[in-house]
Structures are given as C-alpha cells and as structure tokens.
Design a binder for this molecule. Structure first.
Ligand code: PEP
Length: 248
C-alpha cells in the first residue's frame, strides 16, 4: 500500500572495510534496478567514500543512526545536517541492537525529528523480543514504539518509514510467517491511521526485517501491507543482495 515499487534497505551494521565495500560494488552485475528502490546503509565513515559508487549503481545512501541533537559538544556522535550533506536520503533509527544498548523511545522520537528536519527519511525499527512475544505483549510493545516515534513527526506530510523487525528473527535464520508479519503490518498501519490519518498511514512504507533472503522475500512482499524489507546479513555480499532484488 505504502508505495508502488518495493523498497529494499540494506543494513551493513558494523561490517565492511572500505576495500570490501568497493569489492561489493564491483560485484554488482544488475544495477541500476528498475523494478525496486534500493538503499544501502554502510557504517558512517564509509558514507562519503561510497557516495559516487552508490550513485552509479542507482542505490540511495542511508545512515545507520544519527544523534538526537543538532551539532554541538557530543564527542564521537554524528549530526543529521552532516549526514544529509554527505548524501544520505534515509537514516535507520531505533534498531533493536541500539535499543538493547539503551536507546529510549524519547531518543528515537528526537532522532526522527532531527532526520525530518534535515530532509532525510527516518526508517524507524520496531519489534518485540522473544520474551515479549511469549508473554503476549507483541501488540502493546509495538504500539508504544510506533506512537512514541510519531511524536517526532510534526507535519502530516513528513516522510516516514517503519521497519517491523521481530527481535527473535534478526540474524537468527528464523523468519516470521508471512501471514503473521502481514497481520502485524496491518496493525501498524492502523496505529498510524489512528495517530495521524488514513492518508498518512497509506503513504508510509512498512518494511519487514529479520533473516530476509532471496528465498523468502517474494512471499513476504506479496502481502498487502509488506512494502519491502530491511536486510542485514544477506546484504553483505553483492550476489546475495542482488539475489533478493531479483527475486522480487
Ligand atoms: C537487521 O538487523 O536489521 C536485520 C534484518 O538483520 P538480518 O537480516 O541479518 O536478520
């Protein structure tokens, strides 16, 4: 619903060297991709050196994180204005690995605000842990995460992407059943409609993330409310990344 072409976002996490990243791009054989939109989020120091290779491949540049405040005395952090200047169109916010390390819903909201204020599209990750799932808290957890992230969205027309990533499915080889994922995606769209508007909810792409590969992407994206995927492990090799795009 959220978009006409599926959106595939690669999250390289803390992987790749500059050398390996260059090899990745020379290994791509099918770029640019017409039938889908592709974004790669490399580690921050690789953003600038990869900009041209990304452009040539027709792939958009994304960051994995940004600081919740504008530039200032925050040693080791990166502000949104700089990420935009370096060519980022997207930025991942609230990944479960960052939430597990202490990132709060309030920080996520502030980061969303910074991303939008610096003309980037926030990709907000939400999802329940295995324990929360077992306790029947899935919907509640996701509602809190979605609603608090929306606090950072001041304008109805602001761009916004949600990535539903059940924590138990990340890097584990376990994927949610496409029908279960679809149910959650529909719930998320309903939450967006309740908090903002039906128009807003229908415009927001909702991605699925968690052990996505060429063998499950098609079945996932065939579902009404699954608009693409956030891909970790399978995005690190040119061939497995392209296999996902080709399978769409
Ligand atoms: C992720 O961490 O965003 C992710 C989806 O990882 P993986 O594809 O490796 O499960």
């Amino acid at each position: 619903i959220g978009r006409s072409k599926p959106l595939i976002v690669a999250n390289w996490k803390m992987n790749m060297t500059l050398q390996e990243a260059r090899e990745f791009f020379s290994g791509l054989t099918d770029a640019p991709y017409e039938h889908c939109e592709a974004v790669i989020c490399p580690p921050a120091p690789l953003l600038y050196p990869l900009k041209e290779l990304m452009q040539q491949a027709g792939i958009s540049l994304g960051a994995q994180n940004l600081h919740e405040k504008p530039k200032g005395a925050h040693t080791g952090e990166v502000h949104g204005e700089l990420l935009f200047e370096l060519g980022c169109s997207h930025v991942i916010i609230g990944h479960s690995e960052r939430r597990a390390a202490g990132e709060t819903d309030e920080q996520v909201a502030a980061k969303v605000h910074q991303a939008i204020g610096n003309s980037m599209i926030p990709i907000v990750c939400v999802g329940e842990t295995q324990l929360q799932r077992e306790l029947g808290l899935t919907k509640e957890v996701i509602r809190t995460q979605v609603e608090s992230a929306l606090a950072g969205v001041t304008e109805e027309r602001s761009p916004f992407i949600i990535a539903y990533e059940p924590v138990w499915a990340i890097g584990t080889g376990k994927t949610a059943q496409p029908s279960d994922a679809q149910d959650i995606h529909r719930e998320i769209r309903q939450m967006l409609a309740e908090k903002k508007s039906i128009g807003f909810a229908n415009r927001v792409p909702i991605l699925y993330g968690g052990s996505v590969s060429a063998s499950n992407i098609q079945e996932l994206c065939a579902r009404e409310d699954i608009d693409g995927a956030l891909v970790g492990g399978a995005s690190l090799q040119a061939h497995s990344f392209e296999a996902i795009l080709k399978a769409l």
